[in-house]
Design a protein around this ligand. Structure first.
Ligand code: FEO
Ligand code: CA
Ligand code: CA
Length: 708
């Protein structure tokens, strides 16, 4: 049974600020999401191992594996079945046009809106434009398999969590179920990380602490949720118990495929075949393929393993000999990679995972052909030849942008034969890394972000081959080494060091590719590795920027391209910001772009992650046309609540609907003293009573136009 919509959300809530330090990302986000990656020097080429060290590490691991016992393959399915319907909570916290970025009511299709004003970082409300409403579609803890299994934050078990919607939703898409008249769809979400201090009461015993660690293993990964609505424009509701509903956790069997599946470097004592990994986690962004599967990026996997520190190549990935924040090594021995037979377990993470939401019994697949790094996500486009290209970012300061091109062509049609064939397109192909060359005289690159007269920085570039059709192109690397240690292979090729590339996504309308660089606080820093370059023109890069790539000949298989900087984020009043040439006084402030999406017109929608600690505003979703007179006219569409980031935007302009994943609301609070009450806003000022909880729940929300 589904809950009915309830009362309107309260108006804006402001709470005291605590723990926010301007100019720095929230320390909680840094610690839990990225394993404090920014607190350490970026693990870049100059402090990484030489290839001789890598080869020696590979050799050592092989020796170790030869000596390891061939233990039984553990097949943990996790408990199946579970919980209750999602409450559809209707909200109306809105804001009208004010100040910069407001003004004109514009937008594609039915998504016309007047931009909202920036929302101060102490406001615990989802803010949408005038004339729009919002509702919760699904929240952390909502049951997916049995409505009777309601959420009780104080009594979570790993078994219950594996039957509920997971924590910290990031990538999101809504894929219509064919033949259901656009009233039924599969919502697919990533669950990136967990935040124990606000998920659980303090552990009263060692046993309780171990239980909480196991719950966090079940709260990450992915979810497939069957959703239904009465009519277009109405809120989506969870179909509890649907045969499509699914949770992928840190214990779900996942196949390894591609050119190096089964290689010694991927074998452990639990999986001597090197073809089946248990689980996926740190799932950040992703992409939906033209054949209807979902790709998920395994990003900050380094924060989950304790390693010996003896393998030089591991350093380049940030792996270290230290107790992890999550403590999974205390409940599952494979997360202690110091143990005999588990030295290679970390090599089985950091891949792109493909999930077919329409085949609930089929294991997801990790594609070794697409390389191993801190994958933000992967976004696929079909070329004129029928080959497919996947564009990918490695989210680390001074790391790289990659492209995968399939060996085979996509088969048309929706029949099972075509679908089956297309699901192997990412199993064989070629992996490239980008090198950008600027057109400007070197003396114009001074780190101020100031641009050449009347325009953006621009230039040419090339895709440097790492592996072509399964064969390494990097001197001294075989395919196995080049794909498991893609960062080192790319170092050797001289790829361009970028400012934390997040989503790298081709426009389905123009085929141009947008590289979202979220920020890089170390660029140009004294003692840091590199100052400003044309494609990363600001030092330090606090607010991020977006680069537009045009493949030569419009062919995704091209080895060369041109590029320009299309957006340099920040307060538009500040020097060194750039909005594709649009007048600064008319655009909205924006900082730390992360996830992007396109509407049917090809306009760009940008979700942010980090604005509270740079501009002092809540993160949000922004709209920016890429063509015509409005190119660069950036306006804010919504703001998420306090201490949250905006993820996974799904733009359905024809029906006037947007979905966003609201990740880590109130992340700096505690279980006893929440910083956010999103999305339910119940019992904020009263004792919530036994079995009830008032704290924040990461959730997927729907925003829609409530007016003709
Ligand atoms: Fe999980 Fe790169 O953001
Ligand atoms: Ca991201
Ligand atoms: Ca993010």
């Amino acid at each position: 049974m589904l809950d009915e919509p309830t009362a309107d959300r309260p108006a804006t809530r402001r709470l005291p600020m605590a723990g926010l330090t301007r100019g720095k990302r929230s320390p909680v986000t840094c610690h839990l999401k990225c394993d404090d990656a920014c607190a350490r020097p970026a693990p870049n080429p100059s402090d990484g191992p030489t290839f001789r060290e890598v080869a020696s590490a590979v050799f050592s691991r092989r020796s170790l594996l030869r000596g390891a016992g061939a233990g039984a393959l553990i097949m943990l399915g996790g408990a199946l079945g579970a919980p209750a319907a999602a409450a559809a909570l209707i909200g109306s916290s809105t804001a009208g046009p004010t100040g910069s970025g407001g003004g004109a009511v514009r937008g594609p299709g039915r998504l016309r809106f007047a931009g909202i004003a920036p929302v101060p970082a102490d406001v615990d409300a989802l803010t949408v434009p005038e004339g729009y409403r919002w509702a919760t579609v699904v929240r952390w803890g909502d049951p997916l398999f049995d409505a009777a299994e309601t959420f009780d934050a104080a009594a979570q078990t790993p078994q219950r969590q594996a039957r509920q919607f997971g924590y910290n939703n990031d990538y999101l898409d809504l894929i219509p179920i064919p033949g259901r008249g656009d009233r039924e769809a599969l919502l697919v979400a990533n669950h990136e990380y967990t935040n124990a201090p606000i998920m659980f009461p303090p552990a009263a015993s060692a046993e309780e602490r171990q239980n909480q660690r196991r719950v966090t293993k079940a709260a990450q990964g992915m979810a497939v949720v069957h959703v239904r609505r009465d009519a277009v424009g109405q809120p989506w509701r969870v179909v509890v118990g649907s045969r499509y509903n699914r949770r992928i956790t840190a214990d779900t069997p996942i196949s390894l495929d591609g050119p190096i599946a089964g290689a010694p470097i991927l074998r452990t004592k639990d999986d001597p075949s090197g073809t089946t990994v248990l689980g996926t986690f740190a799932n950040c962004s992703g992409g939906t393929t033209p054949w209807g599967t979902v790709l998920s990026g395994e990003e900050n996997f380094q924060g989950y393993f304790r390693t010996s520190g003896a393998f030089a190549a591991d350093k380049r990935y940030g792996l270290a000999d230290k107790a992890t924040t999550y403590g999974w090594e205390e409940v599952d021995p494979r997360f202690d990679a110091r143990g005999a037979g588990y030295e290679t377990e970390p090599n089985r993470f950091g891949w792109i995972v493909e999930l077919d939401p329409f085949s609930p019994d089929q294991p997801p697949v990790k594609h070794t052909a697409m390389g191993r790094f801190k994958h933000e996500g992967a976004n696929v486009i079909v070329g004129r030849s029928g080959h497919v290209g996947a564009y990918m970012g490695d989210d680390e300061r001074f790391d790289y942008v990659y492209k995968f091109v399939s060996t085979n062509r996509m088969k048309s049609g929706s029949g099972s034969a075509a679908r089956h064939a297309n699901k192997s397109l990412l199993s064989s192909g070629s992996l490239y890394v980008a090198r950008f060359t600027g057109n400007s005289p070197a003396d114009q690159i001074d780190g101020s972000g100031r641009l050449p007269a009347d325009g953006a920085f621009d230039g040419t570039g090339e895709w440097l081959p790492i592996v072509v059709d399964g064969v390494s192109q990097v001197p001294g690397f075989n395919a196995e080494q080049a794909l498991v240690y893609s960062r080192l292979a790319a170092d050797q090729l001289g790829a361009t060091r970028m400012d934390r590339p997040e989503d790298v996504q081709p426009s389905p309308v123009t085929g141009k590719v947008y590289v979202v660089c979220t920020n890089n606080i170390d660029r140009g820093k004294a003692g840091a590795k590199e100052g400003a370059t044309e494609v990363n023109p600001r030092t330090p890069n606090r607010d991020g920027h977006i680069v537009e790539i045009t493949e030569d000949g419009g062919d995704l298989r091209s080895r060369t391209f041109t590029w320009s900087v299309v957006l340099v984020c920040g307060d538009p009043a500040a020097a060194g910001t750039y909005f594709a040439g649009f007048p600064h006084e008319l655009v909205a402030p924006i900082s730390c772009p992360d996830n992007i999406a396109f509407d049917s017109r090809g306009d760009l929608w940008i979700a942010t992650d980090g604005a509270p600690s740079t501009l002092g505003h809540n993160d949000g979703l922004f709209h920016m046309p890429l063509s015509g007179a409005d190119r660069g006219y950036l306006r804010q569409f919504l703001a998420v609540p306090r201490e949250a980031e905006t993820c996974g935007p799904v733009i359905r302009d024809a029906e006037g609907t947007v979905l966003v994943a609201v990740q880590h609301p109130g992340e700096e609070g505690t279980f006893a003293a929440p910083h956010s009450y999103f999305p339910d806003y119940v019992a904020q000022d009263a004792d919530p009573g036994p079995g009830q909880w008032r704290g924040p729940r990461p959730s997927v929300v729907q925003v829609w136009r409530d007016r003709a």
